[in-house]
Design a protein around this ligand. Sequence first.
Ligand SMILES: [Zn+2]
Length: 271
Amino acid sequence: MHHSRKPTFFAISFVVIVMNGLLFLAVAGPTRTGAQAATGTAQAETWTYEGATGPQHWGDLDPKFAVCSKGRAQSPIDIAAPQGVNLTDLTFNYSPTALNVINTGETIRINYDAGSSIVYNEITYNLVQFHFHHPSEHTINGKAFDLELHLVHQDSAGNLAVVGVLITKGKADNPAYASIFDNLPAQAGTKAVPTKLNVDDLLPKDRRYYTYLGSLTTPPCTQGVRWLLLTTPIELSQKQIDTFSTIFHLNARPVQPLNNRDVLQDTTSGK
Ligand SMILES: [Zn+2]
């Protein structure tokens, strides 16, 4: 009797180990939700902006990235002939957040405290995080800007809406950006800045926008993203731009084919 307990013990241990394995797979495994993609869970990236794992090859690097090459509604795009219309108001309800400046290895990202949102077409999208690209990803009539700010939002069903802000060179430092750009971690890691930041202060006063349906601009290049690109750029000093570009000399995906998508431009006056 004594000896018969041993195999039973091992059998139970084996079952426990297998179950833990399955549980691990269920938690960490195959699906990455929109929220995780939007927040960018900490994991080694397999893609880059240049070379053999650069944007031309993203679709081949992982079956989950296939839409990067096969998708017909990818971002960014060149905005060349937008259709002018009176668009619905885009409402911003932003509150301050704690400021933790993260160098992810691919960009500078700030995860946003809960409680800030936009309303677009009567749908509320909560602000999840914002981050930067150098040079800009979207271009206007073929012209790239120095930087582009992306504010990533998600509605209760998991749909994403990204507000884009084009950034160009101005004469003076932009004080609204100082708390971020004076604290960019040169290496991967996080710098906690002992101040609050309201992302509303980073946007231009004029909130008119271009809009189209596109994708995430990084793998897995998920489509169905509502893009809201503000038409008015904001200015940073050359010094501020250089602070970013010395860390990330290129972290922008090239423009993608429009494929007959509608691109609308808000021509409402006085916003
Ligand atoms: Zn982005």
